[in-house]
Design a protein around this ligand. Structure first.
Ligand code: 5GP
Ligand code: ZN
Length: 114
């Protein structure tokens, strides 16, 4: 997909701060740090959203999320929890049409974020 912004990130045509990468997925910091460490996990293969996955791709991508979530949590002791969400379709607030899973670290109010 020539014009897809996340395909360009996969091909390193657009810079990103990489959190994790292997043959199937790339995880990088969201440009909008909704909470510190906000990360997107994307399949390297272009699929617009969940409606374009087959079972094998879904298993490969989603099964990697716990390892990435644990790596993010281990990187910062202030991270006490994490919201994980995946928007599919414009009406579900998807704005980039290359599938991505949001990992949103959560903190206590005492740490300045919640
Ligand atoms: P969506 O609204 O589709 O669920 O989420 C798209 C996310 O992609 C947004 O949180 C937005 O900040 C992020 N995003 C959009 N463009 C870029 C970019 O060029 N680089 C990075 N790292 N994130 C982006
Ligand atoms: Zn793409």
């Amino acid at each position: 997909m020539d014009d897809c912004i996340f395909c360009k990130i996969v091909r390193q045509e657009i810079p990103s701060t990489v959190v994790y990468e292997d043959d199937v997925v790339k995880a990088f910091l969201d440009i909008t740090q909704t909470t510190p460490g906000h990360t997107l996990v994307i399949p390297k293969q272009h699929v617009a959203n969940i409606f374009e996955y087959d079972a094998d791709l879904a298993a490969a991508v989603f099964s990697r999320v716990p390892k990435i979530a644990n790596a993010i949590k281990a990187s910062n002791p202030a991270i006490k929890g994490m919201n994980i969400c995946n928007n599919n379709g414009e009406v579900a607030y998807q704005s980039v049409f290359h599938s991505h899973i949001h990992l949103l670290p959560r903190y206590t109010a005492a740490d300045g974020f919640s």
